[in-house]
Design a binder for this molecule. Structure first.
Ligand code: C2O
Ligand code: CU
Ligand code: CU
Length: 491
């Protein structure tokens, strides 16, 4: 009997281990390991200089350095105006902005404004290379509703590495609607940039990327803080969640299962707050949530496993400790956004995109010289994304969209706002109504891609032009070589 049990047990073990090996990723966790010892770092608000015409001018310097994450150990990192991550840029709708992006790294990079409506030449995609030692100086006018956007490099083939080493930051836009929410930065309006990392035993970042999704870490940093806590001093706090991880998705919730109000998606406020206990964000996605606190209480923001590929794993993210006296917050408005939801016209053009396990879109790998789609500037279209393998997501530059349906069903209420990045589950068809930017430029392409950075680097990206309506067929679908001289810089 005993031997039977033994053999059966052994067989079971073999089956279980075998199945685990077939999974996208081994389940990992940091639960039970943390002490919540370190005060959450709040990225500093970057002060602009104001030009004669009111333009707000910012300087962002990409640099390398060392940062201590694990106690007593230093990691080689990259950062912007610092050694890890970058400062927060905060502007208002209507502001004119200009930047000097200084590259003090010893390699070329770019800086892309993820979620920003702007002329394609200012987008900071793979065509706007900044060579080592050089400065890139884009400018535009902020012309979109309030949103939590962000910036990060977009150098083709190396985006994963540049973001992983620490190049990323927040870019907040406010307007009359968003100012009615808690807006005291770092006090009752707190950013939470969530990233997973692998560390070596010396506390260095490990760039081991042996999964189909690239590097998946077993440790968490929030705003570059390992093992963090944050002290809360108001009865209602707005947290801006940014998933700035290379591939991991988070299924956010609190360990005491308290509910929170979702007030914004990636690219703008919701019409009305939606009360939830869990919210999932894939890489590149953002959400703003408002959490209520009672004096003296504590809770832990957690990521729950829902077992599907990139959401696998259970993580404690940050402990929140409410002060014994809290300032009373103004109630959250019942009506949030005054902007009507994005609607595509009845005769809207429909484009289809096929995703597979091969890091291609529509059976093609990214080609810096090829234009895949030509879109009339300022139009609205329906894009239908069909995923035939693995988990992916989909992001479009210089555009905002509304999710129409997922497998024919309306998305949950909290996902019906303005977005620029959407999770595409394995096997799913997701239809989105896309509102494109209105600056035509037949020479500078914009990108759409999977925001799992390994997939993007591997070629799961396409290029589109926004052109003067009516000129779509006159635009060449290959770009001159000179534009793409850096294409192979990473080889
Ligand atoms: Cu967040 Cu094309 O990028
Ligand atoms: Cu982007
Ligand atoms: Cu992907």
């Amino acid at each position: 009997m005993k031997t039977y049990k033994y053999i059966f047990g052994l067989l079971l073990l073999v089956v279980v281990v075998g199945l685990a090996g077939c999974r996208d990723e081994k389940p990992v966790t940091n639960v039970g390991k943390l002490h919540f010892d370190n005060s959450l770092k709040i990225p500093q608000l970057l002060e602009p200089t104001i030009g004669a015409d009111g333009t707000k001018h910012f300087t962002l310097t990409m640099q390398s350095g060392t940062t201590e994450f694990l106690p007593g150990k230093k990691a080689d990192t990259w950062g912007i105006n610092g050694t890890y991550l970058g400062p927060t840029v905060k502007v208002s709708r209507g502001d004119k902005v200009s930047f000097d992006v200084v590259n003090q790294l010893d390699v070329a990079s770019t800086l892309h404004w993820h979620g920003m409506k702007l002329p394609a030449a200012m987008d900071g995609g793979p065509h706007q290379m900044i060579k080592a030692g050089e400065t890139w100086s884009p400018n535009w006018t902020i012309d979109q509703p309030a949103a939590t956007t962000w910036y990060h490099p977009h150098i083709h083939g190396k985006t994963a590495q540049h973001v992983y080493r620490g190049l990323a930051g927040l870019f907040l836009i406010d307007d009359e609607d968003s100012k009615k929410l808690p807006s005291n930065y770092g006090v009752d309006d707190i950013p939470l940039i969530v990233q997973d990392k692998l560390f070596t035993s010396n506390g260095q970042f490990s760039e081991k990327d042996d999964t189909t999704f690239g590097t998946l870490g077993n440790e968490i940093l929030v705003n570059g803080t390992y093992d963090p806590y944050v002290k809360v001093t108001a009865s209602q706090v707005r947290f801006r969640l940014l998933n700035a991880s290379n591939a991991r998705a988070y299924h956010f919730g609190f360990t005491d299962n308290r509910s929170f109000q979702v007030v914004a998606n990636d690219a703008g406020l919701l019409e009305k707050p939606v009360t939830l206990e869990r919210i999932m964000l894939s890489p590149g996605e953002r959400a703003e949530i408002v959490v209520n606190f009672k004096p003296g209480e504590e809770t832990v923001l957690h990521s729950y496993s829902s077992g599907s590929g990139i959401e696998n794993g259970e993580f404690d993210l940050i402990k929140m400790e409410a002060a014994t006296k809290l300032t009373e917050s103004a109630p959250i408005p019942e009506q949030l956004s005054s902007i009507p939801p994005i609607k595509a016209p009845k005769d809207a053009k429909v484009r289809q995109f096929k995703l597979t396990m091969k890091s291609e879109i529509n059976d093609k790998k990214m080609d810096m010289n090829r234009i895949d789609e030509v879109v009339p500037a300022g139009t609205k279209e329906i894009w239908e994304i069909n995923n035939f393998g693995w988990s992916h997501n989909f992001h479009i530059h210089d555009a905002a969209f509304r999710v129409l349906d997922v497998n024919g069903k309306k998305p949950p209420e909290y996902e019906r706002g303005r977005k620029d990045t959407v999770f595409i589950p394995n096997g799913a068809t997701v239809r989105i109504a896309v509102e494109f930017g209105d600056y035509p430029d037949p020479n500078h392409p914009l990108m759409y891609h999977c925001h799992l950075l390994r997939h993007e680097d591997d070629g799961m990206m396409g290029q589109f032009l926004l052109v003067e309506p009516g000129t779509e067929s006159q635009v060449p679908t290959t770009l001159p070589k000179s534009d793409t001289e850096y294409q192979h810089a990473h080889h």
